[in-house]
Design a protein around this ligand. Structure first.
Ligand SMILES: C=C(O[C@@H]1C=C(C(=O)O)C=C[C@H]1O)C(=O)O
Length: 240
């Protein structure tokens, strides 16, 4: 069975769990940026995927499985609007092509929370001018944020607006896998989430990665997160 998951630091506990406790010994795992994970699942090239929350409704016969997700309760740190201008002065926002969910999230926040109507441009350019901002996700934010005076953490802003956590990605299956399989996948993910320190690959600054995975990323898909997901889906189906 083919599984595809997001290739960022925030999924390393899941990867660790799946690699050690591959459910029923029959999962083969590959990694991709969030936008590509959704495309791979849509094309039927994977059976199960960790996909951006915004893409779930577009997957035929989708079923959200497992008790796990990529979410934040307050600041997430790696999903941000970066700029050198004040929020009300931002007239153009560039959008990270790796993202599906955060592209919609930043548009909701612009309209409903910040009250701005910028021009939206796909892709991140090399240089950002006054009056412009860039929405970026994933590990690259750790580097990009150093050169901007301002950072709006999109999960923090969502929490300010709704009082809820924000769910960035969930596990989705396209065909019924049965309870036994789902229980085993849950168990594998649980092993990862309970062994965060061991799951961090050597290429990362350990302390920074550990703090991020413990403090910023929340892995349990609990009731407030399911509620938040419903609200986000309603907003993207009927914008405004
Ligand atoms: C929190 C993050 O969430 C990611 C952001 C996504 C998106 O914007 O579409 C999708 C999946 C998540 O892995 C991150 O990568 O920093």
């Amino acid at each position: 069975m083919k599984v595809v998951a997001v290739s960022y630091l925030n999924t390393v506990p899941f990867i660790y769990g799946i690699e050690r406790v591959s459910p029923l010994g029959r999962l083969s795992l590959s990694l991709a940026v969030p936008a590509a994970c959704a495309d791979i699942l849509k094309k039927g090239e994977a059976d199960i995927a960790l996909i951006p929350a915004a893409e779930v409704l577009q997957i035929p016969n989708y079923k959200v499985i497992t008790d796990y997700c990529i979410a934040a309760e307050g600041a997430v740190d790696t999903v941000a609007l970066l700029s050198n201008s004040q929020i009300l002065d931002i007239k153009r926002i560039y959008l990270d092509a790796d993202s599906r969910t955060s592209v919609l999230l930043v548009k909701i926040l612009a309209k409903e929370y910040w009250g701005i109507e910028p021009e939206w441009v796909d892709g991140i350019p090399l240089q950002i001018k006054e009056g412009e901002g860039v929405m970026a996700i994933g590990d690259k934010v750790f580097e990009m944020e150093k050169v901007f005076a301002k950072k709006w953490d999109l999960a923090h802003e969502w929490q300010q607006m709704t009082g809820l956590p924000f769910v960035f990605a969930v596990w989705v299956a396209t065909t019924e896998r049965g309870k036994e399989f789902e229980d085993e996948l849950n168990e594998a993910l649980k092993v990862g989430v309970e062994n965060i320190a061991a799951s961090i690959p050597a290429k990362y600054d350990f302390q920074k990665a550990y703090n991020y995975l413990i403090n910023n990323i929340k892995f349990n898909l609990d009731e407030p997160k399911r509620e938040s997901l419903k609200i986000f889906w309603e907003k993207i189906i009927t914008p405004g």
